[in-house]
Design a binder for this molecule. Structure first.
Ligand SMILES: [Zn+2]
Length: 109
């Protein structure tokens, strides 16, 4: 499962950066265009965190809406899928937000 490997690397990175401390809270940014299911990440996170410094940590997920810039007219538009059409009629879009998956913040005890 895609989400399992993501959750496992998130846990790994957090455990490493905690330098032996216990991780209390992890905030994750998940772009809505990243094709990652937040609920699946949440489930896998708990599984992967077991017996690590991250065990019992609260996982906060911030969903980042998709945004694209039209290369024809420069307008910025919200997109729910990684493609679309601008109001000017152009389909030449550059995605500028919503594809990321990153650890925004981590709190240790
Ligand atoms: Zn346009």
């Amino acid at each position: 499962m895609h989400e399992l490997s993501i959750a496992s690397s998130v846990v790994e990175i957090c455990a490493e950066q905690a330098h032996g401390a216990r991780v209390r809270r992890v905030t994750l940014e998940i772009g809505q265009l990243s094709a990652v299911m937040p609920e699946a990440i949440r489930f896998c996170f708990d599984v992967c965190a077991k017996d690590t410094a991250v065990e019992g940590a609260t996982l906060e997920i911030v969903e980042i809406p998709g945004q694209a810039r039209c290369l024809a007219c420069g307008a910025t538009l919200d997109v729910e899928v990684p493609f679309g059409q601008c109001a000017c009629g152009s389909e030449d879009l550059e995605l500028i937000a919503g594809q990321q998956l990153k650890i925004r913040q981590m709190e240790v005890v």
